[in-house]
Design a protein around this ligand. Sequence first.
Ligand code: HEC
Length: 152
Amino acid sequence: MQHRLIAATLAASALIASAGGAVLAAPPAPAPSATTATGVYTEQQAAQGASLYAERCALCHGASAQGTWEVPPLTGRFFANWGHGSVGALADYVGRAMPQMAPGTLEPQEKVAIVAFLLKSNGMPAGAKPLPADAATLGAIMIEPVAPKATH
Ligand code: HEC
């Protein structure tokens, strides 16, 4: 009788421990897991993004993302705005605000393919795994400008 009570108590505390664990296993802001310098998209994905870009973005941002009249470029000084932010923030902006005449019309997979193309256009290397569409993973990838940092 005694040992049955102990077993029940242990089972109950294991249940509480696992419930507590589940809460701890969902941190609100994951630590940065990767940067764009480590190859966070595939060549195939960037190629898909390039054709989407040509269809949906080039009209305003220019055929090679150089910018046009009153529309900012998506290369060069562009990354001064986004450098050291997350790929998630960039993807989120693109998904919510672009294309400017029809914001919110990109499918999640289209959005990340276009972002992969933008990373490639800015000299970030391709890798073995495609850029995922889920916001938590994207938010943990930091944009790291490619130009060598000044030594001081
Ligand atoms: C109808 C014209 C138009 C189209 C089409 C368009 N954009 Fe834009 N885009 C703009 C304008 C104008 C701005 C500047 C907006 C601002 O400053 O509020 C901008 C800003 C941006 C920025 C922020 C640039 C920066 O320097 O921070 C990104 C990123 C971007 N666009 C991506 C895209 C992508 C990707 C597409 C295609 C899916 C796209 N845009 C399609 C007009 C357009």
